[in-house]
Design a protein around this ligand. Structure first.
Ligand code: MRU
Length: 353
């Protein structure tokens, strides 16, 4: 049997440049942008050219390669010091997705191991490509593990975009959906539009339709009435940061869905690589939540619909307490009924592999 793949790869390294699909323009236009500096990648992350926790981490790893090229060309044997500032700016480009800091830390360890008089680009590029390849492999492992939890004939609901576009190229939540659909287990996917940035309407619906997975797009507020019909078997989402006790930060609206899911006895699956777990963070209350610009709420596209100068709240993420989650699926294994204790056993399992 041929290997299951997504038809989309949101970023690639080509001819010495990072090339990324501009996710702000989807689905109406497919525009690829080229990046040759770490600062430009940091700006692209902030402006959502690339988004989704794992994809942000991979873009950051390639940005470190670009920073090292510049530092070596400008500063020679003191290239390591010259990287401090660009890497610090990169690290703060988005605050909630911990994969960003994870990838920078991973690359920093490679930097530390290199001698000052060695041209760093080739070694760091190998490391960035390894992060990228591992993400796709891990997505596929999570896809298989998550699909095992799904019964044939299931209907699922997803929120935001945790697909190929949000990762190295397969997807976390959509990876499970892709795999379960290929096994004939999923008959329909409900897609929340995901206000205000519309990741569901613009990205997830596009991704699923391209790969011929039956989907229905709905306004976020339709979820409660849908769950009340008893038609949905699983809510499946990704994560931006998972605390050590299993609390999950994900796209704003996820917490509301989890509360609804408990009331209507619908199962809630979170799919994320172990790079998304912040073991230093004891609970969800410690996770920094990004506040994004007011325009995302006052406008749709170029069209303003809110009064001028109205006060705005625009948190990009919320935190779902662990007790509302049925299972967290990682590449190392599945944590059922997540808690500090069950998460710790995942950590120990991971350290013995
Ligand atoms: O603001 P975004 O689009 O970066 O938010 C993305 C999400 O919340 C995703 O669900 C999460 O990053 C997981 S992506 C595999």
């Amino acid at each position: 049997m041929s290997e299951l793949n997504s038809s989309i790869q949101p970023l690639r390294w080509q001819a010495g440049k990072l090339v990324m699909l501009d996710q702000r323009r989807l689905p109406l236009e497919q525009v690829w942008l080229e990046f040759e500096s770490c600062g430009d990648v940091a700006l692209a992350i902030r402006q959502m050219v690339v988004r989704g926790a794992p994809a942000i981490g991979i873009a950051a790893a390639y940005a470190v390669v670009l920073a090292s090229r510049y530092a070596w060309a400008k500063k020679g044997t003191i290239w390591k010091q010259a990287m401090t500032r660009p890497l610090r700016d990169l690290a703060v480009s988005r605050p909630t997705a911990v994969n960003l800091q994870w990838a920078i830390n991973h690359m920093q360890r490679r930097i530390d191991a290199l001698p000052n008089n060695q041209q760093p680009e080739a070694v760091l590029l190998d490391a960035a490509k390894a992060i990228h390849d591992a993400d796709i492999t891990d997505n596929k492992t999570m896809g298989r593990l998550g699909a095992e939890l799904i019964q044939p004939g299931s209907t699922v609901l997803t929120h935001c975009n945790a697909g190929a576009l949000a990762t190295g190229g397969f997807g976390t939540a959509l990876g499970v959906i892709r795999q379960a659909h290929s096994e004939g287990k999923i008959s329909r996917v409900y897609v929340d539009e995901t206000r205000p940035w519309l990741q569901g309407a613009r990205l997830t619906a596009w991704e699923l339709m391209r790969d011929h997975i039956p989907c229905v797009l709905q306004a976020d507020l339709a979820a409660a009435a849908l769950l009340a019909t008893g038609k949905v078997d699983w809510i499946i989402v990704g994560a931006d940061r998972i605390a050590a006790n299993g609390d999950v930060a994900n796209k704003i609206g996820t917490y509301g869905l989890a509360v609804l899911a408990q009331y209507h006895q619908v199962k809630m699956m979170v799919v994320a690589p172990t790079a998304t777990i912040d073991w230093q963070c004891e609970s969800g209350s410690r996770i920094p939540i990004e506040q994004r610009e007011r325009r995302e709420v006052t406008h749709i596209g170029q069209h303003r619909h809110a009064p001028y100068e109205v006060e705005i709240s625009n948190p990009a993420f919320d935190v779902t307490p662990a007790e509302l989650i049925t299972a967290i699926v990682t590449e190392t294994g599945v944590v059922k009924s997540p808690s500090a204790v069950t998460m710790q056993s995942l950590r120990e399992r991971r350290n013995t592999i």
